[in-house]
Design a protein around this ligand. Structure first.
Ligand code: AHR
Length: 509
């Protein structure tokens, strides 16, 4: 028996919708085939962008999408991706074993159109490794300068008189590894240069808390390296605290739930032990967020107080720009880092979103890695077929939490680490989600609230632990209406099946 206590009368932070962000990269078939099929494809498309993928993503309307990488960003030259498609240079993509020609048909215009079609804001990651400061400046000018300059005119010639107004710009990617093997101090030096050189747009100064300033995002640590991540964050902020500070909006931590050391665990075939290990692994992110948030605050406290009002006030949001399960390489996968997604991945996706929601006062934005055909995907494509994974359904079921007020919600009785719950409220409706992470046992939960409620509706995703959606069975796992919980007013009770995610909506009376 489990007991969950939910306090509705004390408001927590508002859940930033950007915690439901996405990440797409020129890797495997994430973009080629997964998003971009080209205007001449027999697969229905909107100006070359896969229509079924657009339709699916528009349902969850990701608030933000990060592109073009990842590691690929450090090889990407934006000029290759503008102008007539036939004239665009053909490059070679060997990112994470992709091994294919890259025709550069999905460039800046196509990315911005994709974002608009699905209701997302673009986050562009610049090339800090093989690019230059000038290349970054030109890219920003091309995207955001309203009119008049040669680059603004070029954008107009290429189809967009209107500026793209891209606000989020990542300065480098994983600079502690493939992004340059920098030291934290060395990267901070580069960050200073790039951030200082970033063009100004709009009327105001690029203050971090001003909507008129660009939101520049620095490379945060490898969340999977307990020692290095502390050193990186301390080192970066220490270096940044010297003398004057460049503009900075965010600090991008990456965390993957690695599951590569167990040969018998094959993504779609695994034991209870494998299941438990992966479920536990996903929970580590909570500790990493708490640690890194504290380190960022400590780092900001080192900054000298500005001596003039034109200097930026030290502030910096914690962002998780890449997260997801990373299973062992599958030789049968149709493309690089292609992974099936089972109920195990859906449960860890739910746990991860719960962590973000619980700490929405500490994390501002997060991007699932990656949206289509790579790692913890929401969508898998195979030829003309498009499959929504159980992960997609979790994102859709959790959508009501966006911009809602987080509530205190604790599992106060029962085995630790089996049932997870999170609650929020918005416009008189209380949303409660519960995740039963048990591989093989249903559990009974008693829900106790501090206010009277009436039941509105509920959705549930459940299945056998390794259940997944395939071309043959695209709807093997899909949410259904949840059985109505028993109870009234402040006390309710329900049975949560094994390996399940449930979201209830109650009217607050
Ligand atoms: O998401 C796949 C890769 O993982 C990204 O390119 C890189 O940033 C990370 O190491």
């Amino acid at each position: 028996m489990y007991k969950i206590d939910i306090v509705s009368k004390k408001d927590g932070p508002v859940i930033d919708q950007r915690l439901h962000g996405q990440f797409i990269e020129f890797l495997g078939t994430c973009i080629s085939d997964g998003i971009w099929v080209g205007e001449d494809s027999s697969i229905p498309n909107i100006h070359g962008i896969r229509k079924d993928v657009v339709d699916a993503l528009a349902r969850i309307a990701p608030p933000v999408v990060r592109w073009p990488g990842g590691c690929y960003a450090d090889t990407y030259h934006w000029r290759n991706g503008i102008g007539g498609k036939a004239e665009r240079p053909v490059t070679y993509n060997n990112n994470f074993g992709t091994q294919s020609l890259e025709y550069n048909h999905f460039g800046t215009h196509e990315f911005v159109e994709f974002c608009r079609l699905i209701g997302a804001e673009p986050w562009i990651n610049i090339n800090m490794l093989s690019g230059t400061v000038a290349e970054m400046q030109d890219w920003a000018e091309y995207c955001n300068r309203e009119s008049g300059t040669t680059l603004a005119k070029l954008r107009e010639k290429n189809g967009s008189g209107e500026p793209f107004n891209v606000r989020y710009w990542g300065i480098g990617n994983e600079s502690w590894a493939g992004g340059g093997n920098y030291t934290a101090k060395g990267y901070a030096g580069e960050y200073r240069k790039y951030a200082s050189a970033f063009p100004r747009f709009g009327r105001g100064m690029p203050l971090p808390d001003s909507d008129e300033g660009m939101k520049l995002i620095a490379v945060g640590p490898d969340g999977n390296k307990p020692k290095e991540r502390v050193q990186w964050t301390k080192g970066f902020f220490k270096a940044l605290s010297k003398y004057r500070q460049p503009p900075i909006y965010g600090y991008d931590l990456h965390f993957y739930n690695w599951n590569v050391r167990h040969p018998a665990d094959t993504v779609v075939k695994f034991s209870k032990e494998d299941w438990d290990r992966v479920i536990e692994g996903a929970q580590e992110l909570e500790e990493v967020i708490l640690e890194q948030y504290a380190l960022v605050q400590e780092g900001l406290s080192l900054m000298p107080q500005p001596e003039s009002s034109f200097m930026p006030v030290p502030a910096c949001e914690l962002i998780v720009g890449e997260w997801g399960n990373w299973h062992r390489f599958d030789p049968a996968a149709p493309s690089a880092l292609w992974q099936q997604a089972t109920m195990r991945d859906a449960v860890t996706t739910a746990i991860t979103l719960d962590i973000f929601h619980r700490h929405s006062d500490k994390v501002a934005m997060a991007c699932a890695a990656q949206t289509v055909n790579v790692l913890n995907s929401l969508i898998l494509t195979q030829g003309e077929n498009t499959i929504l994974t159980p992960n997609f359904h979790v994102f859709e079921m959790y959508k009501p939490h966006r911009n809602a007020t987080a509530l205190a919600c604790a599992v106060t009785e029962g085995n630790e680490g089996t049932v997870f719950a999170f609650a929020s409220k918005k416009e008189g409706i209380l949303y409660l989600n519960m995740v039963n992470t048990s591989y093989d046992e249903a559990v009974t939960v008693d829900m106790h609230f501090d206010c009277n409620l009436s039941y509105i509706s509920g959705r549930r995703l459940e299945g056998e632990p390794a259940d997944c959606n395939t071309v043959e069975h695209p709807e093997a796992v899909k949410p259904e209406d949840a059985p109505v919980p028993e109870g009234r007013e402040e006390n309710w009770s329900a049975i949560l099946p094994k390996a399940s995610v449930t979201v209830y909506q109650f009217q607050m009376i």
